[in-house]
Design a protein around this ligand. Sequence first.
Ligand code: AMP
Length: 281
Amino acid sequence: MIVKKTKNNIRKVISEWKKRGLSVGFVPTMGFFHQGHLSLMKESLKRTDKTVVSIFVNPTQFGPNEDFNTYPRDIERDLALAESTGVHAVFVPDVQEMYPSPSKTWVEVEGLTKHLCGRSRPGHFRGVATVVTKLFNIIQPDVAVFGEKDFQQLQVIRQMVRDLDFPIKIVGAPIFREKDGLAMSSRNTYLSDDERKSSLCLFNALKRARELISKNEVKDAAELVSALEDFIGKYPFTRIDYIFVGDPETLEPATHIKRPLLVALAVYVGKTRLIDNMVIH
Ligand code: AMP
């Protein structure tokens, strides 16, 4: 497996592949891999001749009081996991390489970023869209794979690719979960044993939402939100950041229960902010 730290060097590798007519898949990540990341890599490997993974904890998508400095990192372990999955190349730039001087140009996707994480993490999606644009320009993939775990991020990237005419096919991959249902996340390592138990409130609340809807037990979105608030509130150490019920395409809140319906949650468990979502058909 090829590992490159500079834009120039990874570009050389990829242009050699392109000269040979090979297709390139790309999986951007912040590292500290779990099975969810590896499932994205496998999806890319299935679809293209060569797969490139980037590992970059992007400072511009973290708020001033967020966990940029403490975000878990283990490059050696990540490289071993990527290699054993069959990845062809990994791009591991440092902050200086990606931002040699502070960015004066930003990519902002409007509308889709108004609610959910866009509301509670101002500037987050601007940082994401900008770094993904830079990575797309560096790697120039044919296909890029993103997880539905970050549902809003996936929709933001799809919109950006349409609006800016990137010749890249965006593929969404399903949420990979632990056996008990907790969505895998690098941030799960922050949880104490007791918090880990409470973290199940997210997936359990989504299942509860699906049940309430299928049995017609809630008359509108407000009633659903309120039922989920009560449900999550029973778990210790939890504080709800948001409960979103709305349209999976426009990411606008719904008043009525219609289908498909996106239910998306962000909940602090202790100090750790976890997200999860389900599209109910
Ligand atoms: P991250 O390293 O957290 O930035 O995530 C990199 C990519 O992996 C993003 O496209 C995420 O949506 C995706 N991802 C993270 N967790 C999961 C999961 N549990 N299942 C599927 N994809 C995931």
